[in-house]
Design a protein around this ligand. Structure first.
Ligand SMILES: [Zn+2]
Length: 381
């Protein structure tokens, strides 16, 4: 678990006894506008209104200093915190209210906190942890429920947990804390459960998607699920590169390229990760089948034919021919405006087929997850 320096600073304000750390400096809230030039490299994606700086020291070590730069929205919500320490790396933590709903009876809110650390070897920020704090307030009953989903990533190992805390209400004591803790190991891109412990929750016996339900970072989940599906479809031998890239057009959520033998996701896309991965893997399948017909000019198609062989089943062959015809008519998306407005794209058989397959996988994923989801207030695991 990561120690929050803010909590340490906060404890000083409260006058609590704190032996190890001391608050050296705490600025008032300054408007971002007045320091925009200096702050430019650090600003969060969402518009920041004000910021504070805090410096913390250690009582037994004069050389130790921890600097915390915090950005706030107009409403005072924390947007980003940058923590740099004299003896360890720099940490960048982004806060976002992912979604929420309000009606007369209840309020629900999901706050997502993503922590990245600066890797000193290549000067890139890498994912350390993802935390989703889900709160549900029943206004009529005056009680609140909190669920925290968390991933801490250490290379190929992911520590995952889902904890649903008991109802918080002054006049009742609810002992039903629910908890699942999992250690996942990512092997050739696909997560496997190596250790699991539960409290007041039963795990499903036969759910092949189980490890994916405990990955809360969209990019990690999309890549892992695509690799899993490629394997399921018998396409792993084609060694398709699966990755995320920030360089995609805003309206392109992901793509598969037979010429690059690459499946690429846009990390900013808000589309459902399961549907997105299943859609693109279906395109990878289309071109593998086209290759197995002896058609297609890419190395990917040739490789498919060589490694997977010719299609023998007549019905499968017929279907693959349909893929081939649709691929010939597929519009060149590079020269297009908005993709979703383009009928040649939207109505192309490859797109329709990929959407159908994505829906099928999504429905199966949701159905297999019902046993687990039904045990939690928030569901959707
Ligand atoms: Zn598509």
């Amino acid at each position: 678990m990561l120690v929050s320096p803010f909590k340490i600073a906060y404890s000083f304000e409260k006058g609590q006894k704190q032996n190890l750390y001391k608050l050296i400096e705490k600025s008032p809230k300054y408007p971002v506008e007045d320091f925009k030039f200096q702050l430019l490299p650090y600003l969060p994606d969402e518009e920041a209104h004000s910021f504070t700086t805090v410096i913390i020291g250690k009582n037994n070590d004069d050389n130790y200093k921890k600097k915390i730069l915090t950005f706030y929205s107009k409403d005072g919500e924390i947007l980003r915190r940058i923590i740099s320490t004299s003896d360890t790396s720099t940490i960048l933590r982004d806060y976002a209210v992912k979604s929420g709903s309000v009606d007369k009876k209840s309020i629900s809110k999901i706050r997502k906190i993503v922590t990245k650390f600066l890797d000193k070897n290549d000067f890139l920020f890498k994912l350390r942890s993802v935390e989703e704090q889900k709160t549900y307030k029943n206004l009529e009953a005056g009680k609140t429920k909190l669920q925290i989903n968390k991933n801490v990533v250490y290379g190929d190992n992911i520590n995952a947990s889902v904890i649903e805390y008991p109802w918080v209400r002054s006049d009742i004591k609810d002992p039903s804390k629910k908890e699942i803790k999992l250690d996942l190991f990512v092997e050739e891109g696909v997560p496997k459960i190596v250790d699991v412990s539960t409290q007041n929750v039963s795990l499903p016996k036969d759910d092949k998607y189980l490890p994916f339900r405990f990955i809360f970072d969209n990019s990690v989940k999309r890549v892992a699920f695509a690799k899993f599906l490629l394997k399921e479809k018998g396409l792993s031998c084609l060694n398709t590169v699966v990755k995320v890239s920030n360089k995609l057009r805003d309206d392109v959520a992901a793509y598969f390229s037979e010429f690059e033998n690459m499946l690429v996701f846009n990390p900013e896309s808000q589309n459902d990760s399961i549907k997105l991965a299943a859609h693109e893997v279906q395109h990878a399948y289309h071109f593998a089948q086209i290759g197995r017909l002896g058609k297609g000019s890419s190395k990917y198609c040739q490789k498919s034919r060589n490694l997977l062989g010719e299609i023998s089943d007549p019905a499968e062959k017929q279907q693959a021919l349909k893929y081939f015809v649709a691929a010939e008519k597929y519009p060149n998306i590079d020269s297009k405006g908005s993709l979703m407005q383009d009928v040649d794209y939207v109505n192309n058989f490859l797109e329709c087929d990929a959407n159908k397959e994505a829906q099928k996988v999504y429905d199966d994923y949701k159905k297999s997850g019902e046993f687990l989801s039904n045990q939690f207030c928030f569901g959707d695991i």
